[in-house]
Design a protein around this ligand. Structure first.
Ligand code: NAI
Ligand code: MG
Length: 346
């Protein structure tokens, strides 16, 4: 990380698709109200970039991230069943951001109280390597679909080490490794074995247990409080992190970070929400909390705490909430209320 002469940290800002520009604008405004340490280099990716430049991941965006090694990203639309490959996945691969950290912590009263679980997802292997093809049968070129997942020992060991180190530095006591090693014996067995191997180095400090993914999903509904951290392969982590978001009130309240040696990129867990894009009703809290994780990442825990406290007071004390979490506020109303709160906290 480098700092410019004005003392701010250069960072790439990707507004993204759908609700992305709406929620990133709220986030940039809130950061300014806090005294943002970031100097933004605004770049495009996803459908926004495809429309503007003909390329969903322009070279300028890659160059920017290579320079800043730090970014805040809005959600990016990925076409289903065809079309261009996920730009999110390509960014994770391009900068070897192998760790996806998705904390789920209760902010507002809901079905579940006092949820505090951190999910660590392997971010560049598994089924997301997209070794996929069709096999022709007779006249049908798409008669059979084949997908191959790839997990490497090295990749499994490094994500397990990352999770254990995270546990130590964040005061967490137990990691549950999630797998399907009874069926995908090789692909997820290697992940389970790696976690067990790394756990030996942390004996007495961080405990390890394991769950088969389907049972884990059920237990997350019945008794989520038994979990402290979840360590997941790429696909299972994608699915279970949306489930964790559900435990704390929904996708509007769920941030995540992509961490690697070459860059760190912060984002909401959710997607571009095309069903509500442009209507001014998106919940910006996930993106705001992602900015909080980014502040922590650059050592500004003071600002991160103030941001989270401002969000909490806006949601709880002012009862200003968007429709997805039972309120009636627009995105702009939430933003105004938050900025009022942040200026009182400064
Ligand atoms: P989604 O997460 O965009 O939306 C699922 C549901 O949650 C929708 O009803 C949406 O309105 C609601 N929702 C999501 N975020 C919200 C917010 N901040 N405020 C209020 N409501 C919110 O998932 P979906 O519809 O499956 O995917 C849409 C697109 O997003 C797809 O192209 C997908 O590939 C992409 N996507 C991108 C991600 C990323 O950039 N990291 C992650 C997940 C999906
Ligand atoms: Mg997802």
């Amino acid at each position: 990380m480098t700092t410019r002469s004005n003392g701010r940290i250069p960072a790439t800002l990707i507004p993204g698709d759908g609700i992305g520009p709406e929620i990133t604008q709220v986030t940039v405004d809130a950061l300014e109200a806090l005294g943002s340490p970031f100097q933004w280099d605004v770049q495009q990716a996803g459908v926004a970039a495809l429309d503007a430049t003909g390329d969903p991941l322009p070279q300028a965006t890659l160059d920017s991230l290579r320079r800043t090694r730090l970014g805040l990203k809005g959600p990016l639309t990925t076409p289903s069943a065809g079309g261009f490959r996920s730009v999110n996945v390509r960014l994770r691969e391009a900068f070897d951001m192998f760790a996806n950290v998705r904390p789920a912590k209760t902010l507002i009263p809901g079905r579940y109280e006092n949820i505090d679980i951190v999910l660590v997802r392997e971010n560049v292997e598994g089924f997301y390597v997209a070794h996929e093809h069709y096999i022709r049968v007779g006249d049908d070129p798409h008669a059979v679909a084949v997908s191959q997942g790839v997990n490497t020992r090295e990749g499994c060991l490094r994500i397990a080490r990352f999770a254990f180190e995270y546990a130590v530095t964040h005061g967490r006591k137990k990691i549950t490794v999630v797998h399907k090693a009874n069926i995908l014996k090789a692909l997820t067995g290697i992940f389970l074995q790696a976690a067990r191997e790394v756990a030996k180095e942390y004996e007495g400090r961080v405990a390890l247990d394991d769950r088969i993914v389907d049972a884990c999903a059920m237990q997350l509904v019945l008794n989520p409080w038994q979990f402290d951290m979840l360590l997941c392969t790429n696909l299972f982590g994608d699915i279970l992190s949306d489930q964790l978001a559900g435990l704390v009130g929904g996708l509007g309240l769920a941030p995540g970070s992509n961490i690697g040696k070459e860059a760190a990129l912060f984002e909401a867990v959710h997607g571009s929400a095309p069903d509500i894009a442009g209507r001014g009703i998106a919940n910006p809290v996930s993106q705001l909390l992602a900015a909080g994780l980014m502040l922590e990442h650059v050592g500004r825990t003071d600002l991160a705490n103030r941001l989270v406290e401002g969000i909490r007071r806006t949601l709880i004390d002012d009862n200003v909430r968007t429709a997805d979490i039972g309120g009636r506020a627009s995105t702009a109303e939430f933003s105004n209320a938050l900025i009022r709160r942040l200026s009182c906290l400064s």
